[in-house]
Design a protein around this ligand. Structure first.
Ligand code: HEC
Length: 186
């Protein structure tokens, strides 16, 4: 549980950052939820289906205990995917609930417990050099996009804001790669 408390400290810092900078995020051109990002997210979901990471025949692993904001039981997969001819690192996180759910309950009926699927895909250089070129997306279990409280679809450079932006929090991940769970080179 030592690891969890390390994450919890970082989450606190990330939340503070998103609260401090949140108000300006959506006043300029949206860095996420735009048509291009939404279409790109659909391609990632299709790639995940082909890789058996989404859909009816999706691979399962033994879920582990998680923490906010990603859910109380998690599964995480690390691989690569090719989108529009470009191959990059793909990290898929399945977020299960409700709070207190046991691993075997999740395995017995994953679909019933799946709350969301959060994904990071490392795009080509120049996409978002300031933030390691990650493309961020939060899917609902059926592959459609979740939305923030302002109704913006969660795909793209999800920086900051009332929805607790992915980037604001993941900036605090150890190793400077925006990935919490590993410093593996991806
Ligand atoms: C308040 C902090 C916070 C926010 C906001 C957040 N995350 Fe995370 N995220 C974490 C933590 C902590 C972990 C490691 C948890 C674990 O797997 O046990 C994590 C793990 C992940 C992982 C697995 C790779 C890794 O970093 O270890 C993905 C993929 C991911 N998050 C995607 C997202 C996306 C997409 C969003 C926005 C829609 C988001 N996250 C928002 C804290 C956050």
């Amino acid at each position: 549980m030592k690891i969890i408390s390390k994450f919890a400290a970082v989450i606190g810092a990330g939340l503070a950052a998103s609260l401090a900078f949140g108000s300006t995020a959506n006043s300029q051109m949206a860095p996420f939820g735009d048509d291009e990002s939404v279409a790109y997210a659909a391609k990632i979901w299709s790639a995940m289906e082909k890789l058996n990471l989404a859909g009816d025949n999706a691979l399962l692993t033994f879920p582990y205990e998680g923490t906010d904001p990603h859910g109380m039981m998690l599964e995480t997969f690390y691989t690569k995917a090719t989108i529009d001819g470009y191959t990059g690192a793909l990290i898929v996180k399945r977020n299960y609930g409700p709070a207190g759910v046991e691993a075997d309950a999740v395995l017995n009926d994953p679909a019933k417990h799946l709350g969301a699927v959060t994904v990071m895909f490392r795009r080509e250089a120049g996409y978002d050099d300031d933030n390691k070129n990650w493309f961020w997306v939060k899917y609902l279990p059926d592959g459609s996009l979740d939305k923030n409280p302002k109704g913006m679809q969660l795909a793209g450079k999800i920086a900051k804001g009332a929805d607790k932006g992915c980037i604001a929090c993941h900036t605090g991940a150890p190793g400077g790669d925006m990935v919490f769970t590993t410093d593996r080179k991806m």
